[in-house]
Design a protein around this ligand. Structure first.
Ligand code: AMP
Ligand code: MG
Length: 332
């Protein structure tokens, strides 16, 4: 199969044809690229799992366009969720509701809830409007690999396996959406992202962050799986001296290491090779995945120095850091 990379302008009718034929199409969003299929079709949704090698207990997000009637997919909405929708959608926020069972049961992997997102990306909106159905989509990477933030990243993982990638350029957000459980009395963050706890609390009055208790089944099953891993060796350290020691040992052994660190530390590593992930949370989110892919293509070892800042967008960035570098946490 030939995999075409086209803009939404050129590819919409083709995308529609593939989706209604039960096929899978990758598309740009403002967070990461998605791998989408007709959420109403068991067979189409199962294709996504097969293509990604995704564990069958890790549910997908239903993507809809801004005018799509959310109420046709869910069974009730608390008042705070309506306020949050009005404040943050379209945007990088996924909201988990009680499902009314209208989409394929494979989307939610048997859970009684449905995760819904309205992406802001004009490419995603054009695609979702053209098909005018809910599109089930996880990130468009092979399961466990780094999420894609360009059409080329998607191509690397799915060349010859999917017919079409709707190219909208580099994803500006850079990390996956915030996943927010809206089934309880207070909204609860299941996966941190660009819509932060502080932003949610300022609209909803309160916001909790889910922490899995030992022995408990995760509330968002994706949390149980390792994610975002580059295909080279990695190490995560908290100080520069340790990073230098690991780097130099790798180089002396004939390897080609690279340091990944925040802008403020980059000069300390000269003349060693550095991937500068940025100076603030938004910048780190935007650059992280592209740099992990650059690292895996060009180095034998990525030595990451954990950023020091906390709170806001950094919660999402640090979560991706720890999962990419093997320091698994309980958050998604
Ligand atoms: P991905 O788009 O690849 O990042 O995967 C979707 C994420 O949304 C995963 O972390 C899932 O665990 C989460 N998710 C999807 N549906 C639900 C749901 N019904 N309840 C909780 N989390 C969900
Ligand atoms: Mg993913």
């Amino acid at each position: 199969m030939q995999t075409k990379i086209v803009t939404a302008q050129d590819g919409l009718s083709l995308a529609k044809q593939y989706i209604f034929g039960g096929d899978v199409v990758a598309f740009h969003t403002e967070t990461v690229y998605g791998l989408g299929a007709d959420a109403r079709s068991d067979e189409a949704v199962k294709r996504i799992f097969a293509l990604k090698g995704r564990p069958s207990d890790n549910p997908l997000i239903a993507h809809i366009h801004a005018e799509f009637d959310l109420k046709t997919l869910i069974d009730g909405e608390p008042p705070y969720a309506e306020k949050l929708r009005k404040a943050f959608l379209p945007g990088p926020l996924t909201m988990v509701y009680p499902s009314n069972g209208k989409v394929s049961k494979y989307v939610s992997c048997g859970l009684k809830t449905l995760a819904v997102r309205v992406p802001a990306s004009p490419t995603a909106q054009a695609f979702l409007r053209a098909v005018d159905i809910p599109i089930a989509a996880p990130s468009a990477n092979l399961s466990g690999h780094v999420s894609p933030v360009t059409a080329q990243h998607v191509y690397r993982d799915f060349c010859g396996k999917i017919p079409l990638i709707l190219d909208g350029g580099a994803s500006s957000g850079g990390i996956e959406s915030t996943v927010l459980d809206c089934t309880g009395e207070i909204p609860m963050i299941l996966r941190a992202g660009l819509v932060t706890r502080e932003m949610i609390a300022s609209v909803a009055g309160a916001c909790e962050v889910y922490h899995r208790k030992a022995g408990e089944a995760p509330k968002s099953p994706g949390m149980a799986h390792r994610h975002y891993a580059p295909r080279c060796r990695t190490a995560c350290v908290s100080d520069a001296a340790e990073a230098i020691a690991l780097y130099d040992r790798e180089q002396e052994g004939g390897g080609s290491p690279v340091v990944l660190c925040e802008s403020g530390l980059a000069a300390m590593f000269a003349p060693r090779r550095v991937l500068d992930v940025g100076g603030d949370g938004e910048e780190m989110a935007r650059r992280l995945y592209a740099l992990l892919r650059e690292g895996e293509d060009t180095a034998t070892l990525i030595v990451a120095v954990e950023p020091k800042a906390r709170g806001g967008v950094m919660e999402g960035v640090l979560n991706r850091f720890s999962r990419a570098f093997g320091r698994n946490t309980d958050e998604a």
